[in-house]
Design a protein around this ligand. Sequence first.
Ligand SMILES: NC(=O)c1ccc[n+]([C@@H]2O[C@H](COP(=O)([O-])OP(=O)(O)OC[C@H]3O[C@@H](n4cnc5c(N)ncnc54)[C@H](O)[C@@H]3O)[C@@H](O)[C@H]2O)c1
Ligand SMILES: [Zn+2]
Length: 699
Amino acid sequence: MTTPASVIVDSAAYAQAVEDAARAAAAYYAGGSSPLDDATYDRLARGIAAWEAEHPDEVLPDSPTGKVAGGAAEGDVPHTVPMLSLDNVFSPEEFLAWTVSLARRTGREVDRFVVGPKLDGLAVAARYRAGRLTRLITRGDGTAGEDVSHAIGTVEGLPETLAEPVTVEMRGEILMTTAQFEHANEVRTGHGGQPFANPRNAAAGTLRARERAYTVPMTFFGYGMLPLPETDAVLAGRLDDLAQSDLMSMAAGLGVHTSAGTAVPDVVVTTPEQVVARVRETAALRAELPFGIDGIVVKADLAADRRAAGSGSRAPRWAVAYKLPAVERITRLLEVEWNVGRTGVIAPRGVLEPVVIDGSTITYATLHNPADITRRGLRLGDHVMVHRAGDVIPRIEAPVAHLRTGDERPIAFPAVCPRCGSDIDTSQERWRCAQGRNCHLVASLAYAAGRDQLDIEGLGATRVVQLVEAGLVADLADLFTLGREQLLGLDRMGQTSTDNLLAALAAAKEQPLSRVLCALGVRGTGRSMSRRIARHFATMAHIRAADAGAMQQVEGIGPEKAPSIVAEIAELAPLIDKLAAAGVGMTEPGATPPPVTGADAEEEDGGRPLAAPGAAGPLAGMRVVVTGAMTGSLEKLSRNEMNELVERAGGHSSSSVSRKTTLVVAGEGAGSKRAKAEQLGIRLATPEEFAALVAGLLD
Ligand SMILES: NC(=O)c1ccc[n+]([C@@H]2O[C@H](COP(=O)([O-])OP(=O)(O)OC[C@H]3O[C@@H](n4cnc5c(N)ncnc54)[C@H](O)[C@@H]3O)[C@@H](O)[C@H]2O)c1
Ligand SMILES: [Zn+2]
């Protein structure tokens, strides 16, 4: 898979692209955050190169094409041997083609390859004189780099003295491990700074910063060693002749950190097929590595092969980077959702503008906890760097602060548990519902007691919490066996409130099946779906006997929903039994059970079409929408109760007006729905007219 190129259509677009690329690369190499993610930058760079190939006379001097670091970095300390970039391949085919063209150029096959991780940091040259680290230099433009010796002593794996007093230059990558990155961001934001977008960025920024009130550690991985002009001739000769793999063993022996101790050490193989196999192994390990890699580097191992291949001005010909798909993209943070886990942990989750990372569309990313959001300084609407590797949950790293428009909004933290409404324990970084594991129970009981379900007056969230905490209620059915004495024993429960609650519970037992079903909170069945199921089956026994096929006979339940509803009802069997035993109603007044269906039944009645359920009543076959404020005898009815009334009268209630709608009950203040009904020529009724229509069903 090659990164597609941006398409550049004319000179003006080309000039703009060059400017954008130069600005991005300057930020990227300086450790500021680039406005582009790597995939976007690479697409732009390829577009630029493609346009230049067609218009060689119009190439601008600032073009990144063919330059180390895209021409965006520089320095004033000359390198003894240029520090180059690497050419890229993206597939086994491209890699094989690379080996073939290399063999053609050198007139020989490469004998041995060394295959290792392409570490995602920045290249440095570390000069050791008589075994002491004297100078640290960045890659810069490849011929000269920047002196960053001030960082000596803060880079793990890059010792200040070697095991032997040799004069050599170590080359390698400086990066931050994931743990170092997290630490660095904590320290940095603790000092009032903006968090870094990702570990690479953090390493680049940290390495170049000269004066800072704090130091944060980084890690070095050596991948090259060469003589300096002062190196004695014997050693210089040896270094020039050693295989890459032997050089690295020697570096490790001198005390320098290399990939050797990691899960993806450099390995020596002899065939291109073995290289490809190793690439696959490394890619599979990527997500679990404690440091970032953006590919695999393949090098000719033997000095003779390297000499024969030589180098171009931008990259050596004896090595190539097998790139892995980018794991980071920049997208926007649209919302933050707060989800309560099984143990009551309240975790924020970012809703993203969908973005494709490594072939999957990502719409959510974890945000850890509120403190983390504060630390990262995130706001809604921010552009954020999103990281996703393998099956690991995508995470938001940091806002790309300079892309802010001023329209970003602060992220609101919940004041009470978003599920059950209880207090939140904020004493730890991970917030928890004060109800802990009982949160779910409190939430489901409060829901069941709600006005549109069992309508148990006096049983709000606070009272539910009290009952649960006192250990009196462990499920919905326990409510109906509560005794007077038990209730009186609770705080703030006097005679009157106890009597009222007991009366409300007794009344709840008389609720129709539709409300009991709704109170059970079966996933995918809200108020209107519960009503349809209850009217269709008429009794709980019929609902429980229904298989997925029978469940699909209910309007609005398709082949996807039916099995999960059936399964959940089966799961709820013990609770339903307990409710029935406590005297809770299990029938829907006015509904008749469907005739027996299934193979047997069909034979018996010769395939006769089933009678449409609930087809009787003044509104039989009608689709009714209720809108505006109800008045007169309907004044006290909630919207849910109105819908119930419509369905008891044999109609079908709906919340939006369409061509299928047959009647719109428009009360005071009815707006757009009324207008739409008029426009479509649908019959309108005032609340009074409607009340007359269903008079027989009103108390
Ligand atoms: N987001 C942006 O705005 C932006 C801008 C510029 C460049 N970039 C990214 O930078 C990359 C190209 O940059 P580049 O030319 O600096 O590097 P490169 O990816 O072409 O590879 C060369 C570098 O690989 C490194 N490397 C890691 N492990 C190595 C190993 N085992 N052996 C040898 N070298 C190893 C060295 O630092 C070396 O300099 C692209 O991925 C591009 O997307 C991004
Ligand atoms: Zn809760």
